[in-house]
Design a protein around this ligand. Structure first.
Ligand SMILES: Nc1ncnc2c1ncn2[C@@H]1O[C@H](COP(=O)(O)OP(=O)(O)OP(=O)(O)O)[C@@H](O)[C@H]1O
Ligand code: SF4
Length: 268
């Protein structure tokens, strides 16, 4: 593919933020999607780069389907999920004919593909690009970092659940960020309490507050907690904008507050 100069495709992207989690299923893609929507509601021009090869779920959450992606002179053209073109998405899933094929790829093939993918999207002007990575820490993460770093990486958000805080997965992420010199913008505790679908009362079915405690212990910032909310999972299944549909919910307030704290961290 014709290139647009060194990392030219990211040259108009003001902030680049990685979203990491110690293990799968903790809601990393959910938090990426909801933060992107909250930032867009706050008037920002946002992009999501979904490099989760083994489970590219963001297109489903944003109801983007499997579009034919096109190339222009400067790279792959992202898919816009809104009429105003304020939320751009590029998923590695768009480029795979068979979504199961990545499972059998060997390490070098994965890292080469990810490296090229990161460099080859024609983002245009963006306030923030959120990068949804695979769970854990791997060579794929290093390939993402190496390629983004030619332009910039402003930091990482770590997503955890109350239970995984105690298993050490998040600590490994923190060590990864420290070793690779990536600024930790903060920790998000997801599935923190359960919102009753009948009365909207939030109950703590698991322990709560572990993310905040971990943030204190490791000298990181606690960005906030998001409850397990059946209305949120239903919205994600339908590809509906939860923040637009439920602006009075406590979950809406939590997500918006996290987005605001993130913005001030990026400015600070
Ligand atoms: N706060 C929440 N409230 C309701 N449902 C949630 C919440 N967070 C995540 N989920 C649901 O949990 C499931 C897993 O979430 P998600 O795909 O975001 O996890 P993940 O960490 O990105 O997983 P992986 O990286 O392994 O693909 C999804 O079906 C999502 O809808
Ligand atoms: S929180 Fe209230 S409405 Fe919901 S299940 Fe419990 S008692 Fe019923």
């Amino acid at each position: 593919m014709e290139q647009n100069g060194e990392q030219g495709n990211l040259s108009q992207v003001r902030r680049v933020v990685l979203v990491l989690s110690g293990k799968g299923g903790v809601g990393k893609s959910t938090i990426t999607t909801e933060l992107a929507l909250a930032l867009r509601h706050a008037g920002k021009k946002v992009g999501i780069l979904d490099v989760d090869l083994c489970g590219p779920s963001i297109p489903r959450m944003l109801c983007a389907g499997r579009p034919d992606v096109h190339q222009c002179d400067s790279g792959w053209v992202p898919v816009y999920t809104d009429a105003q073109q304020n939320l751009a998405l590029m998923s590695i899933g768009f480029l795979m004919e068979d979504p199961d094929e990545a499972v059998v790829w060997r390490g070098p093939k994965k890292t080469a593909l990810i490296g090229q993918f990161v460099s080859d999207v024609a983002w245009g002007e963006l306030d923030i690009l959120l990068v949804d990575t695979p769970p854990g820490t791997s060579d794929e993460h290093l390939a993402v970092l190496e390629n983004l770093r030619k332009h910039r990486v402003d930091g990482a958000i770590l997503v955890t659940t109350p239970q995984s805080v105690s298993t050490g997965d998040v600590r490994r992420e923190i060590t990864f960020c420290k070793k690779t010199d990536v600024r930790i913008l903060g920790i998000v505790e997801n599935m923190s309490g359960f919102v009753c679908p009948h009365c909207s009362e939030c109950s703590n079915i698991f322990s709560r507050g572990g993310g905040e405690e971990l943030a204190k212990l490791t000298g990181s910032v606690f960005l906030g907690a998001v409850p397990l909310d059946p209305l949120l999972s239903a919205s994600l299944e339908d590809g509906r904008d939860f923040l637009q549909a439920f602006p009075d919910s406590a979950t809406f307030s939590s997500i918006s507050a996290i987005a605001q704290t993130l913005l001030s961290r990026l400015e600070g």
